[in-house]
Structure formats: C-alpha cells, structure tokens
Design a protein around this ligand. Structure first.
Ligand SMILES: Cc1cc2nc3c(=O)[nH]c(=O)nc-3n(C[C@H](O)[C@H](O)[C@H](O)COP(=O)(O)O)c2cc1C
Length: 238
C-alpha cells in the first residue's frame, strides 16, 4: 500500500520554511511505503474565500467561484494520507498566505462527515526569525485548522511538543540549516505523520468491515450523526 504525505510551505519566498517542510518530507519518506508531495505557496494566485457557499450548494469538491491556483491542490488534498502544514511566524501567527489556503479548504468539508479524514493525519511546522518569536502560537493555529478537518493531529511528544519549531534568525534557508535542534523537531513531525498515517491506513484496510462514517467521526452510530446534522440545520426555537 502506498502512503502519501503532502507538505505545504506557507512562505511567500524561497526561504527557511520551504527548507524545513522539505526536511519534514525527507524524514517522512524514510518510513516504509511512504511517498511525499510538496506544495509551495510562493507566487501562487489564491483568492480569499468569499463565503459564497457555492461549493456547498453545488456539492462539488473544488471551488466554483475562482479559477485560480487552488484548483490543482484539491485532488492532492483529498488523496494524501497525511498533511504537514508549514508556515513562517508573522506577528506570532501563520502567514496570510497559508491562512487563505486553509480558508479555501471549504469544498472538501463534506468529506469530513464521510469519515474520509478521520483516519488521515496532520502535523505542523513553524519557522520564526526569533528564538521564542511565536512558533508555539503559530503551531497552535495550524494544528487547530487540522483539528477542524477532523484529522488525527500528531504531537512531536518528547522534545517536539506541538510541532516542529525552527529559529531562522531571519536568514532564510541557511538560518534554518544552522538550527539543528529545531530541525530535529521538524523531522520528528515528518516521521510521526508518516508512520501514524501508515498504521491507520493499514489498520482500516484490515478491518473485517469498514465502519460507517458516523462511527469513524466519533458518534455512536450513523443515525446519531444524521440527527446531529438535522439539528444543526433546524431553525432555533424562540
Ligand atoms: C510581516 C512579518 C512578520 C514577522 N513576525 C515575526 C514574529 O512575530 N516572530 C518571529 O519570530 N519572526 C517574525 N518574522 C520573521 C519570520 O518569521 C522569519 O524570517 C521566518 O524565518 C521567515 O520564513 P521564510 O524564510 O520561510 O520566509 C516576521 C516576518 C515578517 C515579514
């Protein structure tokens, strides 16, 4: 079984984050049966989500509102078993570029309720110019986005906590290369995403019967999930 781990660099330039995400993917590729793909958001034309909800109404797994660079990413985001989101730290948060990319994930939201992402894995990498410049708050934000997709979000556990954290000293790739401790946390995340994704994919394949989506996303039955959905759509009683 081939497992795919997708890395996304949210930097608008060829710098430290691109290098760090590729380092995570390199570590991921050392896990048996794992292949990697890389999306560099640098120079990409990605319009912000305008909440038109056309993707929801028309039930399509792409954005019907804009013909921009986002279109080529949806198939990759649907097929990959693991995602690694990487961002520079901007004012202690992810960049607007990766936030825009994340906001445009709405067309794949229906797959969450189908249980598609319940056995897929996410992890995060943050690269700040300062040693304690907001890597942890940036990781928290990226991890929160992965939680919203319903993925199994991995921590780095010992020494890597909530993700890969790099201190670049504002020196692009060279700065990241010199932060050996930071890079070790990045590699931990790469391996953890890859190995956990492989375990989940193999486990799912070997179950005697594939669970209903409702069970996969954490409800006691498919009926309970349907009831929860219906209640969400019902108007509130005054
Ligand atoms: C608008 C802006 C805001 C930034 N804010 C922070 C910050 O809050 N904390 C920090 O450590 N570095 C901050 N930086 C520095 C970048 O995070 C740092 O240079 C990072 O390595 C850039 O990644 P890149 O080389 O992949 O583009 C900021 C840089 C810019 C351009």
């Amino acid at each position: 079984m081939e497992i795919t781990v997708l890395g996304v660099s949210g930097s608008p330039r060829k710098g430290a984050t691109r290098y760090a995400v590729q380092e995570a993917l390199q570590a991921a590729s050392e896990i048996e049966e794992v292949k990697t793909r890389f999306i560099d958001l640098k120079g990409k034309d990605i319009h912000h989500c305008i909440h038109c909800d056309r993707c929801v109404r028309e039930q399509v797994d792409y954005c019907p509102a804009f013909s921009d660079d986002m279109g080529e990413f949806y198939p990759l985001l649907l097929s990959a078993h693991g995602w690694i989101f990487g961002s520079p730290v901007y004012q202690m948060n992810p960049t607007g570029l990766i936030q825009t990319f994340i906001n445009r994930l709405r067309p794949i939201a229906p797959y969450i309720g189908k249980g598609h992402y319940a056995t897929r894995v996410g992890g995060a990498v943050a690269v700040g110019g300062t040693r304690h410049g907001g890597q942890e708050t940036t990781l928290e934000s990226l991890n929160n986005a992965l939680f919203c997709i319903g993925m199994v979000v991995v921590s780095g556990g010992i020494y890597a906590y909530n993700g890969g954290a790099v201190w670049s000293r504002d020196r692009k790739e060279q700065g990241a290369r010199e932060d050996e401790i930071g890079l070790s946390t990045v590699r931990v995340i790469g391996r953890r995403v890859a190995l956990t994704a492989r375990l989940l994919a193999l486990g799912l394949e070997h179950l005697p019967k594939k669970p209903d989506p409702g069970i996969l996303v954490g409800f006691s039955s498919q009926e309970e999930l349907e009831e929860r959905r219906a209640a969400f759509r019902r108007p509130r009683e005054e």
